[in-house]
Design a protein around this ligand. Structure first.
Ligand code: HEM
Length: 133
């Protein structure tokens, strides 16, 4: 398959590893921020707590975009990628809702965001937007 960015297998593997690291950091930042908002809400105003999640998710997005071009995914099978990005918006929206709401709504939004995250991860590995169908 032709690639848009000419890179070695080692470089591709390295970007994928970085992408996976940012995936885990994004999850940790989201769960951590929820935990802090329940146990120590005063910490949410700290600069590092405010900025770090944005830096991590920007690096996740950047590494994802590089992988798209390295793998020439736009010229082949990209249905899974569209599904991934659409559900990514769901993850972001529900994540914002979870941070801003209270009571049951907060935890429903949190659960929904986690379900989106799991879906995105499964689709990324299977390359099948319909999961196991
Ligand atoms: C919450 C967000 C995300 C999660 C949980 C996630 C998860 C993953 C996982 C688990 C893989 C590894 C798949 C494998 O080993 O076969 C992967 C690969 C990949 N991701 Fe993401 N990702 C996210 C965001 C993004 C974004 C925003 C983009 C694009 C703009 C993207 C594009 C890609 C591409 C192109 C691959 C490599 C496919 C390949 O060549 O095998 N990802 N992602």
């Amino acid at each position: 398959m032709p690639t848009f960015i000419s890179t070695t297998q080692e470089e591709k593997a390295m970007i994928k590893m970085l992408h996976l690291m940012f995936v885990l950091l994004t999850l940790a930042a989201f769960v951590g921020k929820m935990f802090v908002s329940v146990t120590r809400p005063d910490l949410l105003t700290h600069k590092a707590v405010k900025i770090a999640p944005h830096v991590i998710s920007s690096l996740l997005l950047l590494s994802g975009i590089i992988l798209v071009f390295q793998g020439a995914w736009l010229s082949g099978n990209y249905g899974w990628l569209i599904a991934k990005i659409v559900v990514l918006f769901g993850f972001i929206g529900l994540g914002i809702l979870a941070m801003r709401s209270e009571g049951t709504n907060r935890w429903l939004a949190f659960g929904g965001a986690i379900v989106c995250f799991i879906y995105i991860s499964i689709v990324a590995v299977s390359k099948n937007p319909f999961l196991f169908l």
